[in-house]
Design a protein around this ligand. Structure first.
Ligand code: ATP
Ligand code: MG
Length: 426
C-alpha cells in the first residue's frame, strides 16, 4: 500500500519550527494586549456567499482561489480564504456594534486558497488578522500600521519597507475609474488577458498587474491620488503626518490597490527584500463599506493581515528565536529507581521546573548521551541506592559538576535552583 501524503500546498509544522510560531504568537499577543485588542475566534468555514459578497466576485480570491464545496445538506460552503470577512460577519451577527463604541479585535489561524504552491505561497496558510471596527479617525489607520510595524520589528526583522496609498472614497473611485478606463481603452489590445477582462469588471486592479507591457502602459495612467476629494486628501495627510511623528518611514505608492473590493482610503503593504517573489508580509487598509455591504450598520473599519508563513521564513533566516531549554533530564536504572522517577518528576513540575524522564531503561551511558542531546541544563540521576535513601545525584551538564542531595532538599531549594538555572541558561 502506498503512503498517504500531505496534500499539495499544505505542510506539517514540525516541533522544532513550532517554537518559532509560538514566539511570533507570544510577541504579537503581548503587543495586542497592551493596545487593548481582544481575541475573537470565528469558525474556519462559512457560507460561500459571505466571501462572494464580502471580497467581491471580480477578485482572484473569489474567482479562482476558493475552496468551495457542497455539504451534505446541499449548502454551498467555503473554507475561509482570509479572516476579515468572517470576523465582520461575527461582528454583525453578534451585534458587537451595539455598544456604539470602537471594537479592537484580532484573530490568528489558517486560511485556504487554491493557488500554485511556491515559497511563501501555500494552499493552507496562516494569517494574523487585526481590525478596528467603528472608527473613521485617521488615528485608527495609524494605530494598526504602528502595531503591524511593532510586531515585525519586535521580532527583529529588518529591511522592511512600508508602502502607503489612499484609494479614496467610493465616490472618488467612481470618478477615477472613468478616467482610468478612458485612458486604458485605446490600449486594450496591448493589455494582458487578465487586464483586458478587468477593464470592464475591476479596472483598478489593472494597476497592480505584473505583466511588463501592461505596467508600461499603466505608468502613464492618471493617478488615483489626483482624484481624491478634499476630505479624502485631508484624511491621507493626517495619516502621513502621524506616521512621521511615530518615526515610521513609508513610501507613497499610487499603484498600490489591494486585491479586495471593499477597501477605501488608506491601503498599505509591508514588504521584505529577503523573501524573493512573495515579498509582501503584511497587507491592510481601510474598508468603510464592508460592514454595510454584509448587511450590518454603517460601521467603518480598518485592519491588516500578516502572512505567518512568510514571516516565519524571515525569522528562520535570522535564526534569532530563543529555544526554551529544558531544566532537568532524569536518568534512572533499577527496579526501585525507575518508578521513583515518576513521583520526582511530578514534584519538580509542580514546583515550576521543566522535566523530561528518560523512559528507555537502557544502560546509564546511553541515557547520559540522550541527556546531553536533550539540551537540558541539569541531569538528575537515580539508581536504586538513591531511591532507597530518597536522594538524587544532580549533575550540571555544562560543567560536569555533580553532587548528591536529598529529594526533599531539591524541592525545598527550588528558588535557589531556579536562580542557578537562570545563570546557566545565559
Ligand atoms: P499575494 O499578492 O502575495 O497573493 P494577497 O494580496 O493575495 O497576496 P492578502 O489577501 O492581502 O494577500 O493576504 C494578506 C497576507 O497573507 C499576504 O500579504 C501574504 O503575506 C499572506 N498570504 C496570502 N495568500 C497566501 C498564500 N497562498 N500562502 C501564504 N501566504 C499568503
Ligand atoms: Mg493572492
Amino acid at each position: 500500500m502506498s503512503n498517504i501524503q500531505a496534500l499539495r500546498g499544505t505542510r506539517d509544522i514540525l516541533p522544532d519550527e513550532v517554537t518559532v510560531w509560538q514566539h511570533v504568537e507570544s510577541v504579537a499577543r503581548d503587543i495586542l494586549n497592551r493596545a487593548a485588542y481582544r481575541e475573537i475566534r470565528p469558525p474556519m468555514f462559512e457560507q460561500t456567499e459571505l466571501f462572494a459578497r464580502g471580497i467581491g466576485e471580480a477578485t482572484d480570491v473569489v474567482g479562482k482561489e476558493m475552496y468551495s464545496f457542497e455539504d451534505r445538506g446541499g449548502r454551498s460552503i467555503t473554507l475561509r480564504p482570509e479572516i476579515t470577512a468572517g470576523l465582520v460577519r461575527a461582528f454583525i451577527g453578534n451585534k458587537l456594534y451595539a455598544s456604539g463604541g470602537v471594537q479592537r479585535l484580532w484573530h490568528t489561524g489558517p486560511a485556504f486558497r487554491y493557488e500554485r504552491p511556491q515559497k511563501g505561497r501555500q494552499r493552507q496558510f496562516h494569517q494574523l488578522d487585526v481590525e478596528i471596527l467603528g472608527s473613521r479617525d485617521p488615528r485608527a489607520d495609524v494605530e494598526v500600521i504602528a502595531i503591524a510595524t511593532d510586531i515585525l520589528q519586535s521580532l527583529g526583522l529588518k529591511s522592511l519597507t512600508l508602502d502607503l496609498n489612499s484609494v479614496g472614497s467610493g465616490a472618488d473611485r467612481q470618478v477615477y475609474r472613468d478616467a482610468l478606463v478612458n485612458y486604458l481603452t485605446p490600449y486594450r489590445d496591448e493589455l494582458d488577458g487578465d487586464s483586458q477582462a478587468r477593464l470592464t469588471r475591476n479596472p483598478l486592479r489593472i494597476l497592480d498587474s505584473k505583466d511588463s507591457r501592461t505596467q508600461e502602459i499603466v505608468n502613464d495612467a492618471p493617478s488615483l491620488l489626483d482624484h481624491l476629494s478634499d476630505d479624502s486628501q485631508r484624511h491621507f495627510n493626517q495619516v502621513q503626518q502621524q506616521l512621521s511623528a511615530l518615526g515610521i518611514d513609508f513610501t507613497i505608492n499610487p499603484r498600490l490597490v489591494r486585491g479586495l473590493d471593499y477597501y477605501t482610503h488608506t491601503a498599505f503593504e509591508i514588504m521584505s527584500a529577503d523573501l524573493g517573489a512573495q515579498a509582501t508580509v503584511c497587507g491592510g487598509g481601510r474598508y468603510d463599506g464592508l460592514v454595510q455591504q454584509l448587511g450590518g450598520p454603517d460601521v467603518p473599519a480598518i485592519g491588516f493581515a500578516i502572512g505567518l508563513e512568510r514571516l516565519t521564513i524571515l525569522l528562520q533566516q535570522l535564526q534569532s528565536t530563543p529555544v526554551p531549554a529544558l531544566d532537568f533530564y532524569i536518568v534512572s536504572r533499577g527496579e526501585k529507581a525507575e518508578p521513583a522517577t515518576t513521583v520526582l518528576a511530578q514534584k519538580l513540575r509542580h514546583a515550576g521546573f521543566s522535566v523530561e524522564i528518560d523512559l528507555s531503561a537502557s544502560a546509564f551511558g546511553k541515557q547520559f548521551k540522550r541527556a546531553d542531546r536533550s539540551g537540558a541544563i541539569g541531569c538528575l540521576i537515580l539508581g536504586d541506592a538513591e531511591a532507597e535513601a530518597n536522594t538524587v545525584q544532580l549533575k550540571w551538564l555544562s560543567s560536569g559538576d555533580q553532587s548528591e542531595l536529598s529529594q526533599t532538599d531539591l524541592i525545598r531549594q527550588a528558588d535557589s535552583l531556579k536562580n542557578k538555572l537562570a545563570t546557566l541558561r545565559q
